[in-house]
Design a protein around this ligand. Structure first.
Ligand SMILES: [Zn+2]
Length: 249
């Protein structure tokens, strides 16, 4: 797609999303397609690419060179993100290919998300925001080199956390942010304040379901948790007593 100035929010960035092969877990495509953003839009349907029933490859052989050749080129979007479950080259979370294509692997990440009750779609959403900033900072191009200068080693709950330890991914998937240092760097690369502010407004919406947020809150506040337990027990006992009296009479 023709390169144009997208560092403001006057034009939305167009992103193609695709799934490689079969995912062994449910994936809510509608949730991704309906995500409201003033920064990007998903173009077309979620695409599918299958290498056949038996590609003859071992999982560790899903190397960049193989994917480069087999994956369709990016046609409608400024860039595309393809998700898959098998491990990718170097067991990285993401790999970058030519034609502005990003490969995202849920291998091992799925178990981490499941354990923390994080919706699996949040991992893709965080990656969309991360890579659209990478795309803008890199003069409207996804760099092919994976060792990009944008992520930082330490874990700050920022969408640019390196996540050398994959388990740390949980810190930047539930209500993620962009840390002050990254904001500074992003501004230096010419991204306008209006664009940055809009992204900062949208990414905290990437969060766990309400029930698990309440559950997390109570785990962090044991006194309140205890009070809720006591009050619930009293309430249930009262309800039981009212029901008993009603049927007795
Ligand atoms: Zn950061």
């Amino acid at each position: 797609m023709k390169s144009e100035n997208l560092t403001t929010i006057s034009k939305k960035i167009k992103i193609e999303i695709g799934i490689i092969g079969q995912l062994p877990f449910g994936f809510d495509e509608e949730f991704i397609k309906k995500w409201k953003s003033k920064i990007f839009e998903i173009v077309g349907d979620i695409k599918k690419c299958d290498f056949g029933h038996n590609s003859g490859l071992k999982p560790e052989e899903y190397r960049d060179s193989f994917l480069e050749e087999k994956l369709p080129e990016n046609k409608e979007g400024n860039f595309s993100i393809w998700i898959m479950y098998v491990p990718i080259e170097g067991n990285f979370i993401a790999r970058y290919l030519s034609s502005n294509r990003v490969i995202l692997s849920y291998f091992e990440i799925y178990d981490i998300l499941k354990q923390e009750h994080i919706p699996i779609e949040n991992f893709l959403l965080r990656s969309i925001y991360r890579h659209l900033i990478v795309y803008l900072r890199n003069k409207n191009e996804i760099p092919i080199q994976n060792n990009s200068k944008f992520p930082h080693d330490d874990t700050r709950g920022c969408i640019f956390d390196m996540n050398g330890n994959e388990k740390d991914v949980v810190y930047s998937i539930d209500s993620p942010k962009i840390c002050d240092k990254c904001i500074e760097e992003i501004k230096k690369d010419g991204i306008e304040d209006s664009c940055i502010n809009q992204i900062k407004k949208e990414i905290p919406r990437i969060k766990k379901h309400f029930f698990y947020r309440i559950s997390d809150f109570l785990r962090k506040k044991p006194i309140i948790y205890l009070l809720v337990l006591i009050l619930s027990a009293i309430l249930f006992s009262l309800i039981a007593s009212v029901i008993y009296d009603f049927f007795k009479n």
